[in-house]
Design a protein. Structure first.
Length: 159
């Protein structure tokens, strides 16, 4: 099972036949195991990692540190559920250290991200503070390195 998961995590486009060959299993076993892992909620989905800087889409990604006062019964879970319901939230983690939650969001502009923090996140009961950090450049994500774009050669014409 863990070999199949490791292979899928690296490349979710591998076919069951390719997974079987690399894991040393039968293809039918791989198909059955993947179906079970999906049914049990171990595999939550499949995604491509996209270098949006190589496209025409303009977007801003921000990492937001959130300090909260945990709820007495559910600890941080109730506040976390309120936050991760928003479409802008891409990822969210409970943290140790000087803040409690990390929220990663994307928006079209800095203003859109700022509006999310000011109008949706900060007013939530139990949120006591936020600090927003804008991601300026991605170097590596999900073990994949973002390659710099090649510089266009400049053509000079002398007269």
């Amino acid at each position: 099972m863990s070999k199949i998961l490791e292979l899928l995590e690296k490349d979710c486009t591998l076919t069951p036949a390719q997974l079987a060959a690399q894991a040393g299993l039968d293809e039918a076993q791989v198909k059955a195991e993947i179906a079970r892992l999906e049914r049990d909620g171990v595999i939550l989905g499949y995604q491509a990692v996209v270098d949006w800087d190589r496209t025409r889409r303009e977007a801003v990604t921000a990492l937001i540190e959130v300090k909260v006062t945990p709820q007495s019964i559910n600890g941080f879970d109730r506040i976390a559920q309120r936050i991760y319901q928003y479409e802008e939230v891409e990822s969210m983690y409970l943290m140790s250290g000087s803040y409690d939650l990390t929220v990663i969001i994307s928006g079209r502009t800095l203003r859109e991200v700022a509006r999310f923090v000011a109008e949706r996140l900060a007013p939530i009961e139990g949120v006591t503070g936020t600090a927003t950090h804008f991601i300026l450049k991605k170097y590596k994500e999900k073990r994949l390195v973002f390659r710099p774009q090649e510089q266009q050669e400049k053509e000079y014409i002398f007269v």
